[in-house]
Design a protein around this ligand. Sequence first.
Ligand code: ADP
Length: 520
Amino acid sequence: MQRINTIYEQPFIIEKNETVIQVSRSFVKMMEYKDSELLNSNIIDLFKTLKVGPNVDINIINEQTEYFLFTKSFEVKLVNIQIIHSVEGKVYVFLEKADLNLEFSFPFANMLYSGNYYGIGIYSAPDKTLLKANEKYISFFDKPYNKKENCIGKNVSEVTTGFKGSTYEEIWSTVLKTGEQYNIDEYMYEGFNKGITYWRLSLVPICEENKIKYCIEMLIDITDQVLHRKKAEEQTKIIKEQQNLLLKREIEKNEMLERAIEMKDEFLSLISHEFRTPLNVINSAIQAMNYMCGNELSGKSKRYLDMIKQNTFRQLRLVNNLLDITRADAGCIKINKKNRDIVFLTKAIIESVHIYASQKEVSVAFVSSLRKKIVGIDDEKYERILLNLLSNAIKFTPKGKAIVVSLYSKKGSIYIEVKDNGIGIPRDKIDIIFERFGQVDSSLSRQAEGTGIGLSLIKKFVEALGGSISVKSKVGKGSIFTVVMPNETVVEEHNEKGMIDLLGNRLIQTTSVEFSDIYL
Ligand code: ADP
């Protein structure tokens, strides 16, 4: 009794035959129960009501151990329990320790706790009993554990739906095993009744005397954010898939188109070949007729023969151009560069067109700043380029006007300019004339004959020779076509003699074909 007097002020209860027979005033005050609620109850039941833990056995209470119990309003109390055996019975003295560290020792943590922005739960360890939790934290639990009275004092596995076997259980085990805090920015939990949820989670162990005594968990529910992001990602994925599908279709379409173009080119080349053979026969027959019975023919017959000849040349020109452009499109332009005097070559080509120019009453002058210039050039292709430019210039230049061809070297290149004083090319048409079938006037009533292949073909020739072609033009004033060629020689495999003669014959034939479009 003596000792009871000395601890009179302390919270205590006295039990006899397992029944609570006395409760101190301070105990009643501390636990917020009424005397009547505690007196006469079974001591084991009372310990259960007060949720005394961890794992308390009233027969083996250790005075050094720190126990927890909960007030009527589920506030945790940390106590040491002292046992005194007196005449009145077994006395349990509850010596209250300072409250949980978090609330009183760390003001910042306390502010976080009461701020209710983070869900904060404090568990005892290693038994994982939820000792304290703010409203936010409790609201995360499924029903009925989202109420203080149903979760405080209970084990995490009981209050967290789906805990057993979950990755959340693994996190707990890891923290308790390693003693290190666990932080995760985006943790997916599937256990709750509402389905998949996402969390920013920190589980921090608190040690005392090298033992983990508590675990503090900080939680933010980021489910809405993550779902929103995932939805956006899903939408982006769908858009990307749609774009890829469109691209795939576009590629397929292009491939089909390319195949169709290839087939068309093959067809064109086949047809052109088929056209060329009879045209050559007709040509040879006309030549033979002129040669063998030229004298017997009347003037009228000769004129008709000339008409046939010119039109076979026109056909031949079209057929040749078609064949060349399909070859060029397939990347099969054969270039055969030889070292030639480009000044001489240019002059020869211009001379070959004089007859056509004079008949159309157009003059063609040649101006060169160089007397001789040997460069590596494919003379056949060069002829075609210059003849095409000249035939266009003559075609689109009215009577009495002049055409000037200039040749000069500048910055390591050779420049050939064909300048006319003709009808000119409108600004919006300037780009299309180098395209296949590109004509300024494609109506049947146009000023001159043609198919619009010439420039696109010679552009390919110029580029295959390592040069470039451009045009400047003003409607009503005239046009200047400029061809720029590399100023360099080539190493020839073998020097062919008599080339000039051969060139001469071919030039006449090529000119006749190239100029067959012009009706004089
Ligand atoms: P075509 O066989 O029709 O002459 P080209 O490809 O050689 O084909 O020329 C394409 C078009 O460019 C011509 O139809 C014409 O409209 C225009 N063009 C070419 N050269 C000239 C020029 N010197 N003056 C005016 N227009 C020209």
